[in-house]
Design a protein around this ligand. Structure first.
Ligand SMILES: Nc1ncnc2c1ncn2[C@@H]1O[C@H](COP(=O)(O)OP(=O)(O)OP(=O)(O)O)[C@@H](O)[C@H]1O
Ligand SMILES: [Mg+2]
Length: 232
């Protein structure tokens, strides 16, 4: 359990206020510890008031490339009147990730259930055991049989997203967790709608990442991408 003193050091006053608000709303009982510290966000494990684990993704406000976020957000036609304040940009970035997660979750994609967000803090179901996250696909060894099954299931998820006009936008073995049997897509922060002018190239990049990985395990049809684009 993190003490108030530790929280104070780790979090900006804004972030701490958001965590405390989520506590008082009955969503988070306490934060447990850091799961992964990234450049722009830190993911914590936490407990809810029923003692279930939660994953809390906290976007840094002081140390993040908010200009890059701004440039990506303004190309998203869902986002109107974005203010040029660092805090507002980061909060909008987290809100968009939450919105993307809700669309994806409702479409039946295999992923963490989104619970809520508050400014730069995103709360979701924890994917793992006892506060330890499932490994990423890049961290595990799989065999050909599993690879074929996974490829099919992940492509199915890409199609479910497309049915809702959404493209993951950062799909790679670094953003897929694997519990030994089932995969889970994570990190929807770069998700864009099909109305985005760049949607085709973003989708192509997602698919190429998958094909490049899975072709190490089995022969993926050379025309896979062409066929995929013809079908959708
Ligand atoms: N729902 C979750 N349950 C358990 N662990 C999670 C969950 N979401 C993320 N993680 C852990 O945190 C790590 C980082 O998550 P994520 O990929 O969303 O952040 P990031 O790459 O730092 O994000 P961004 O690219 O948006 O800055 C994951 O690799 C995983 O270990
Ligand atoms: Mg990631």
């Amino acid at each position: 359990m993190l003490s108030y003193e530790v929280e104070k050091k780790v979090f900006s006053p804004h972030t701490l206020a958001n965590i405390l608000k989520l506590k008082s709303k009955g969503i988070i009982k306490y934060l447990e510890g850091v799961v992964k510290e990234g450049k722009e966000s830190v993911v914590y494990s936490a407990k809810d008031f029923n003692d279930n684990f939660l994953a809390i993704k906290i976007y840094r406000v002081e140390h993040c490339d908010f200009k890059r976020m701004y440039n990506l957000l303004i190309t998203d036609e869902r986002i109107k009147n974005l203010k040029k304040s660092r805090y507002k940009i980061v909060a909008k970035w987290a809100e968009r990730e939450f919105d993307n997660m809700k669309i994806a979750y409702d479409a039946g994609v295999s992923m963490a259930k989104p619970i809520t967000f508050l400014n730069n803090v995103l709360v979701m179901e924890f994917l793992g055991i006892d506060g330890k996250p499932f490994p990423r696909l890049c961290d595990v060894k799989i065999d050909e049989e599993i690879a074929r099954k996974l490829f099919e299931e992940i492509i199915d998820d890409v199609k479910k997203l497309l049915n809702k006009e959404l493209i993951h936008g950062d799909l790679s073995i670094f953003n897929i967790l694997f519990d030994g049997n089932k995969h889970y897509l994570i990190d929807f922060s770069h998700g864009v709608k099909k109305s985005n002018i760049l949607w085709k190239s973003i989708l192509k990049r997602d698919l190429e990442n998958l094909v490049n990985y899975f072709k190490k395990y089995f022969e993926v049809d050379n025309n896979f991408l062409d066929k995929f684009f013809q079908e959708i």
